[in-house]
Write a protein that binds this ligand. Structure first.
Ligand SMILES: [Mg+2]
Length: 543
């Protein structure tokens, strides 16, 4: 089947829906004839002052299935067209009252009727008359007396041109809309990407909120943005972040005045957005009834239009963003869609950021607690074990010395018996602080080893270095001079020290260092306490 033939035949031959040529299936029509829907019955307005002409034309058109209306002069034609515009007009030129040219000019001047094709029909055969017919906007010109075939062919041609032009316009409109939709989607994506990037770089909820505020405020090019977050325990919103584009003093003033305000559900723009969970757009603050708390302040700051945006996640309000513009901006669906998209997409993201930050903080605190001794605040045994393991491996690689000092408060049981456990705890705290105060290098670690025992781990330190540290602790204790009436060797609190130094090798375990230091501590106690002993397991090496 030759589709192009079929198509052109159909376009040019007017076929009433009841008289379709045989063999034309609906399907082939639909495929081959995109231009002309089969059920359309075109309406034609015939304008002529001569009843015979009207009758003849009506007869010709009626047989072809067209719908017709008639008018006998220009004025009547204009009136008829107003009630229902026809698809085409056949227009006589010479008529009493308004002539055909004038009627045509009027119709072309009106946007509602300008597109209706007008074919002039006239007995005037001179060129001037024809030229004028086209000048006033006529689409074609037929000379009277006419032949029916000629009139019909010209009508079909004009109707087809009109249809094509309408389809082209519709197609263009669709394209325009598609382009707009694509541009809008692109703008949304760009903004979303920029905002997500800014949010992901943020290290706290505040920073994330600030990033969103500034990105959106920049994208819609408004002047002032603020983020309100709810405090659900007191059911009110408070101002968390602000984004001001200029250094305008009035905006700064607006910010300062807003700083200490809070809004309950339904109060002010933030509270109204909280209540409705909907966008709120107030186009002209000066020309609406007082409807929110800061309206006068906003007007005084030169702000005209306000937009409130809720950020809701899983039914919970995370924040309310409020944007202000100093220009009057009518409700713009594009801007609304844009901020809505941001609010929807970013809610979860911001919430994750918030949880992440809280989790991180909790983790840090936990880490700190896990590795700290509850009483003295210095590192605990768990921290000591982990650090000893690390340092052992490191110094084994580097073949450098690692020293350990074990310390035991002398006659501490007696101290507790004499002064009570609270005083005992206080004594341990002071001793811990004294020992920690001596460990000045970042790698040195002072630890409460258990009970009244302390340990000092000294990487990159030989025995001489460790002795130096012990002497500093002894000096610090002397200065502290914590009275100890139960001590058999002094009137103040003293400590016995055991020092061990090793250059770790692959055959030994880190616990060996502890054993040596413990042995040395035992020696120090055996020799009368308040002193140090060293266990030199391997000779100091040059390093
Ligand atoms: Mg006439």
């Amino acid at each position: 089947m030759n589709l192009s033939n079929l198509s052109s035949r159909n376009q040019f031959s007017r076929q009433p829906s009841t008289a379709r040529p045989q063999g034309w299936s609906g399907r082939s029509l639909a495929l081959s004839c995109p231009l002309q829907p089969e059920a359309v019955v075109h309406s034609i307005l015939i304008v002529d002052d001569h009843p015979d002409n009207l009758r003849t034309l009506a007869g010709i058109l009626g047989r072809e299935g067209y719908r017709m209306r008639k008018a006998t002069n220009g004025e009547m034609a204009l009136l008829t067209v107003q009630t229902e515009p026809p698809d085409l007009i056949l227009m006589d030129i010479r008529m009493p009252g308004m002539d055909g040219y004038t009627a045509c000019l009027e119709l072309k001047a009106n946007p509602k009727t300008a597109e209706i094709p007008i074919i002039f029909l006239s007995a005037a055969e001179d060129v001037d008359a024809k030229v004028k017919a086209f000048e006033v906007g006529g689409a074609d010109y037929i000379t009277k007396p006419f032949r029916a075939e000629e009139v019909l062919v010209r009508i079909r041609q004009q109707l087809m041109l009109r249809l094509q032009s309408q389809q082209l316009q519709a197609h263009n409109q669709r394209l325009q809309i598609e382009i707009q939709v694509r541009q809008q989607a692109e703008a949304e994506t760009q903004l979303l990407l920029a905002t997500i990037q800014a949010v992901s770089q943020a290290t706290s909820f505040e920073e994330a909120l600030q990033a969103v505020l500034c990105e959106v405020n920049g994208a819609i090019a408004w002047d002032y943005g603020e983020a309100w977050t709810p405090d659900e325990t007191i059911m009110s919103l408070w101002l968390r972040q602000v984004c001001v584009k200029t250094k305008d003093e009035r905006l700064q003033g607006f910010y300062h005045a807003s700083q200490n305000l809070t809004f309950g559900v339904g109060q002010g723009v933030p509270g109204q957005v909280w209540e409705t969970r909907q966008l709120l757009w107030l186009e002209d603050l000066q020309n609406i009834a007082p409807s929110f708390a800061r309206q006068e302040m906003a007007i005084a700051a030169g702000l005209v239009t306000v937009l409130g945006v809720p950020i809701v996640v899983d039914g919970r309000l995370l924040a309310v963003l409020v944007f202000y513009s100093r220009s009057q901006i009518p409700q713009d669906p594009k801007v609304m869609e844009l901020v809505q998209a941001i609010a929807l997409q970013l809610g979860g993201f911001i919430q994750r950021k918030q949880m992440e930050a809280e989790l991180l903080q909790a983790n840090r605190e936990l880490q700190r607690l896990v590795h700290l001794d509850g009483l003295t605040g210095i590192a605990n045994r768990r921290c000591f074990d982990a650090t000893l393991e690390q340092e052992w491996l490191r110094l084994r690689r580097n073949q450098l010395p690692l020293s350990l000092i074990l310390c035991d408060v002398d006659y501490f049981k007696g101290f507790n018996d004499r002064y009570g456990h609270l005083a005992g705890d206080d004594c341990l705290k002071q001793v811990a602080a004294a020992i920690a105060g001596v460990c000045k290098r970042s790698a040195d670690l002072a630890v409460r080893y258990g009970g009244e025992e302390f340990a000092v781990l000294l990487p990159y330190t030989d025995t001489a270095g460790a002795i130096c540290v012990v002497e500093q602790i002894q000096a610090a204790l002397k200065t502290l001079a914590i009275p100890h009436a139960q001590s058999a060797i002094a009137d103040h609190v003293t400590i016995s020290f055991g020092i061990a130094t090793l250059i770790p090798d692959g055959l030994q375990e880190p616990t060996l260092l502890i054993e040596y230091a413990d042995e040395a501590l035992y020696q120090a106690k055996a020799q009368g306490r308040d002193r140090y002993c060293t266990a030199i397991a391997s000779p100091p090496r040059e390093y």
